[in-house]
Ligand binder design. Structure first.
Ligand SMILES: [Zn+2]
Length: 245
């Protein structure tokens, strides 16, 4: 069979293989996007749990302060009532001191309460923005997951079709040449067969030696690029569609 005809068939096969290659690359990358969002969501949910824990502690502190303030206020009120009944001044002064102390303690508690409430407000704000972020990511995740499922289904159908096309393409190619192609395909990244354009290999983008280029132009055998080992053809022999000129 005409050598250029064989190369032409290899170019057809290469086109199918490139499509398979691109599709498989997409299929590998697609779930990565989903798992990246999943990971981001889990991080945010972790922060959300931490903030909720802080809020719960601050609320307990607030309740405790309120209770203590109320109890001491009751004590002060009680002492004030008792003050009227006191007869000696020593007891009177002792009670006044006690009331002073209670009032001082409560003032400190009120200050602490203000600080706790400020903290609480800040944490609540943080929680609100985290909640919104988590909701957004959750929605994005569901959408991407749905999209991925559709993509996978579509890609699988397309892959089946391409494998049929590949099967048909290989049947046209003489066995030894197909074996050479498959051998290279199993060892190098796509593509297997590339054009040489102005003496430069389109697989590795390095000039091939002038002697090899002359051989290539004769079109008497299927050559490999001395640098990357891919099968090469002279682009002047073929049109852009891979048909013989
Ligand atoms: Zn090369």
């Amino acid at each position: 069979m005409n050598l250029l005809k064989q190369i032409e068939q290899l170019i057809v096969l290469q086109k199918v293989d490139s499509e398979i290659y691109e599709l498989q690359k997409k299929l590998e990358e697609a779930p990565r996007e989903v798992s990246a969002i999943k990971q981001k969501l889990e991080t945010q949910q972790g922060q959300q749990a931490q903030v909720e824990e802080k809020i719960s502690i601050l609320r307990q502190q607030e309740q405790k302060l309120n209770k203590e303030i109320e109890e001491d206020n009751d004590r002060i009120k009680h002492s004030k009532n008792k003050l009227m009944l006191v007869e000696n001044s020593k007891e009177y002064h002792a009670m006044m001191r006690e009331m002073d102390n209670l009032e001082k303690t409560n003032r400190l508690r009120e200050e602490e309460k203000v600080a706790v409430e400020e903290d609480l407000a800040a944490q609540n704000n943080l929680k609100a923005s985290l909640d919104a972020e988590v909701d957004k990511l959750d929605q994005e995740l569901q959408e991407k997951q749905r999209h991925l499922d559709e993509q996978l289904q579509g890609a699988q159908a397309k892959l089946d079709e391409l494998h049929k096309k590949r099967q048909a393409a290989t049947q046209e190619i003489p066995q030894p040449i197909l074996s050479r192609y498959e051998f290279i395909r199993s060892r190098l990244s796509n593509p297997v067969i590339v054009s040489v354009d102005n003496g430069v290999c389109n697989g590795c983008h390095i000039s091939i030696p002038p002697q090899s280029f002359l051989e290539l132009q004769k079109g008497e055998q299927i050559l490999s690029c001395p640098n990357c080992q891919r099968l090469i053809f002279w682009d002047n022999h073929f049109t852009e569609n891979g048909e013989q000129n």
